[in-house]
Structures are given as C-alpha cells and as structure tokens.
Write a protein that binds this ligand. Structure first.
Ligand code: AHR
Length: 502
C-alpha cells in the first residue's frame, strides 16, 4: 500500500492560476467553428462566440488564453484583422491546412472572447516575419489611452477604452517556425523588439514572454539567457518576465506520432513515461534559469504542452484534430501535478489547444459539443488555481510498466486553497490494478468534503458525439476516514481529486 504524507503546516509557493491556461490558434477548427461562428450563425452565440463552448470554458475557470499562435503568430499581421469585416484581407493559412483565413476573428474578437471568459489576455507577437514597428503599433493600438495614430484607429474601429494585455509573447518558436534563429540571434532580437513593447499604463504592466526552448534544447535556454538577459541593466524591470518551454508527447516520436485511440498496453506506458519527462525538463531548464535568475523572478511559461497524435483518419492533416481517451486524462493529471510541484518556477502554462486541436478540452461537430476526458481533469484540478502547494510525499509506490517504459504507479500533488480546503490530486497510471493509498496529515479531524474521479476500466474509452459521457467526472466513494487518516481505493486508469475540510 502506498502512503501519502501531507504536512499541511508547510505551505510552499503559490500555484498561479495561469498554470491552468489554454491556447487558441488559427489552426484547423480551433478558432473558426470551435469558438467563433459569427453573429449570423444558427449556432447560439454572443457576438459570434458560441455560447456552449464559452459556458463550458467558464466552468473550467480558464485563467488565461494565448492567441493567435503558435506558428501562426509569426505570420500574423494584426492590421489584417481589424476594421469592417467585409474589408478584411482573405488569405491562405499557409502553415495550417492551406485553407482560407478571412480574418473575421481578429484583435477585437479575441478581446471580446476574453471578456466573455473573464480571463487574462496573452497575445503572441510576430517577431519572425513582422517588424518592430508592427509589434510596437499593435501594443499601442490595444493599450494606449491618449491621442495617437493607433489609439485613434482603435477608437475609429469602435473600441473607446484601451484593453489590458496581461502577457505578450515576443515571438514563438523562433528556433523553428518563428525564423529558424540561433539562440544568440534571437536573444539580440528579443532585446530590440521587447524595447518597443511599451507599458502605456503603469498600473497594468505587460508581462513579456521570451521564446524559450523546444523540449530538451538546453543550449537554447543557455544561449538566450546569456545573450538577452545576463548583461542587461534593466533586467528586473519588465525586461523579461517569463521564458517559455514547449513540450508535446508523441508516443512514437515526431515523425510517426501514433494513434490517439488505437494503442496497446506497451504504448500506454510509453506515452505516460513520456508525459513524466516534463518533470526532468522543468528541472533542467529551471536549473539553467537558476544560474541567471537565482531569485526566480522569471517565470517558466510552458505555453504549449499536451499529447500530439496522428490526426484522426479522414481529417485534414494540417488541422491536427485528434480524439482524446482516458490515456489523455492521465497525461493531463500527471503533467498538472508536475507543474504544481514546481510552482516556484512554473508560473504560466497553456494546454494545446483549447478546442478541436491536439489535446483539446472540447470537441465540436456543427452545433454539437462534447467535453473530453482532459476537460474533466482540468475541471477537477481547477481547485489548485491560486492555492498554496503543500509539502507532500508518497512512499511505497511500485514501479510498473512494460519493457523499458517504467513509471511510478501513482503521482500526487496537494494544495491548500483560500477557502481552507485541502485539494489532493492523485493519478493511478496502472492499466492492471487499482491501488490502496493511505493518506496521513500532520493534524487530525479531517473530513472529505468532495471526492471525484475520472476513470474508465477500458483504457481506450473516450467521449463521442453519440456517447458523450463515457469518461466523465464522477462522484467517488471508495474511501474510509479514520482518526489516523484516510484510506482510498483508487481504480486503475484513474485521476482522483479529494477535497478535505476540518
Ligand atoms: O500547436 C501546434 C504548433 O506546435 C504550434 O503552432 C507551434 O508553436 C508548435 O510547433
């Protein structure tokens, strides 16, 4: 039996709500169809945003939404997406699927979406193919209050008051689709571009995100920090607030990727093994960051993470549409526990992507919408948002797996919310057996206020438009509370949330 020991007297760092963020790109059916259907659509909408999707996302308490890309961001010219829609440029989305991009969703629509969701804004600027002037003018357009050419243009387009940009990405994947730069080259470009991302409102400073590494490219992290950060006088005055990291789980590697729904037991463990690799990535990139920023003033921003499989048969490969099974619920649970444990460094994250793309929380088909297993995990884990990580450790955990793909049977994280409730999230990675876990706390007298589980005995189980509730958040009652603590019987293939109160 595994034993989870919690010291609720020892609060560690705060888990920033933004760690539970999402990513929306002009890619496939994410923005168009998935979120934005236009005001004239038969699908119920408010100002063009589909009501079912917005309502479902509000239940997740989405803290921040990144837009417009991704690789799309470094080809996006924001002036194409403002003004009367009939005058907006139509073009080919060369990066994703070769479809027509009519720019009907632009800056004003994104800000309206964030208003409806009640979330923070995270705009990713174009450093790869845009100019410093273009980036600078976009920021002026969105945030300048006084009289200026861009602020006047915004007002002419119907928005009197400036908006708030909470986070601004100075380029995306500039080691790849964002310009194929070397770390030194990008580091210098970062210095230059970020200079003109002006803070027009001292009370609402924009937090700048510098482009960080792909997976284990530690050379990039070192080179960018050395060039862009190490010798900068102004470094702790809004020069660089965050450094990104991108990591996708491809069960069979980048070229083959692997099916989202058709996999065997070995691939199950291989996939979860790869999800657990996030821990090493955060530690090692974090180690380099510690060298330059020992006080941890720069947040790590894992603004693209999740599973990336081969697209669903019969769909446009450039749309990256994939199904989502109980395996994805485990990937989400494992990854979010890792982020929680590293909340002293990981300050923002964005699951890729929010609707209809990669490890989406929502899938749509015409007017229909379903929530994926990943949605239900994100929903349970929302209680960690803004809570304090508690010291916890698990002992007696068996190593399981197949072949070289060995994983711990259980992972965990624990936090204390402002409401005084302790949230425990546990993952049972085994497809063979359940696990009895004894939970011990420093204090006594705890009661279970809420217990939920996302599971299905079939590792391939998923939600479809015909059967939308195969993997969902269910009440969990297989636990016993005693003076000494709580004993839970976790089913196999499961993600569990327990909330404790005195
Ligand atoms: O999420 C899909 C793509 O993956 C993004 O556009 C890009 O940043 C990354 O390579």
């Amino acid at each position: 039996m595994a034993k989870l020991i919690i010291n609720e007297e020892n609060r560690l760092s705060t888990i920033e709500p933004e760690v539970y963020g999402h990513f929306s790109e002009h890619l496939g059916r994410c923005i168009y169809e998935g979120i934005y259907v236009g005001e004239d659509s038969d699908i119920p909408n408010v100002n063009g945003m589909r009501t079912d999707v917005v309502e479902a996302l509000k239940e997740l308490k989405v803290p921040v939404l990144r837009w417009p890309g991704g690789c799309f961001a470094d080809e996006y010219h924001w002036k194409d997406g403002i003004g009367p829609k009939e005058n907006r440029k139509k073009m080919i989305n060369t990066h994703w699927g070769g479809v027509v991009e009519d720019n009907s969703f632009g800056t004003h629509e994104y800000m309206e979406l964030c208003r409806q969701l009640g979330c923070k804004t995270y705009i990713n600027g174009n450093l790869g193919s845009g100019t410093v002037q273009e980036m600078s003018e976009w920021v002026e357009y969105m945030t300048f209050k006084g009289v200026s050419p861009m602020a006047d243009l915004r007002r002419k387009n119907g928005q009197e008051e400036p908006w708030t940009i909470d986070y601004f990405g100075v380029g995306n994947e500039n080691w790849g689709c964002g310009g194929n730069m070397t770390p030194e080259h990008y580091g210098n470009e970062y210095r230059r571009y970020q200079t003109y991302v002006r803070n027009y409102d001292e009370d609402k400073p924009i937090e700048k995100v510098c482009c960080g590494a792909n997976v284990s490219d530690y050379y990039w992290t070192e080179g960018v920090l050395e060039t862009a950060f190490a010798h900068t006088e102004e470094k702790f005055h809004g020069f660089m607030d965050h450094l990104s990291l991108h990591y996708y789980v491809h069960p069979e590697g980048w070229d083959i990727k692997g099916s989202a729904t058709d996999f065997d037991e070995e691939v199950w463990y291989k996939t979860l093994y790869k999800a657990l690799y996030m821990d090493e990535l955060v530690r090692r990139h974090g180690g380099i960051m510690d060298k330059y920023d020992p006080d941890k003033k720069i947040g790590m921003c894992v603004d693209e993470w999740g599973a990336w499989y081969t697209n669903e048969p019969g769909t446009n490969p450039g749309f990256l549409y994939q199904q989502n099974t109980v395996r994805d619920a485990l990937i989400a649970g494992i990854t979010l526990n890792i982020f929680n444990k590293h909340c002293d460094r990981v300050k923002i994250a964005a699951l890729a992507q929010v609707v209809n793309v990669l490890q989406a929380v929502i899938l749509t088909e015409g007017a229909q919408m379903i929530k994926t297993p990943t949605y239900h995990v994100m929903h349970m884990y929302r209680h960690h948002q803004g809570a304090d990580l508690l010291e916890s450790a698990i002992t007696g955990v068996e190593e399981i797996g197949m072949g070289e793909w060995k994983v711990p049977k259980v992972t965990e994280s624990v936090s204390l919310g402002e409401d005084g409730l302790i949230t425990i999230t546990l993952n049972n990675l085994s497809i063979e057996s359940g696990e009895k876990i004894e939970i011990g706390l420093a204090g006594s007298g705890y009661q279970v206020a809420e217990a939920k589980v996302v599971t299905n005995a079939d590792m391939h189980a998923r939600n479809t438009f015909e059967l939308p509730e195969e993997v969902t958040e269910a009440e969990f009652s297989d636990y016993v509370v005693s003076e000494g603590g709580i004993i839970v019987n976790m089913p196999k293939n499961s993600v569990l949330e327990l909330r404790l109160k005195k």
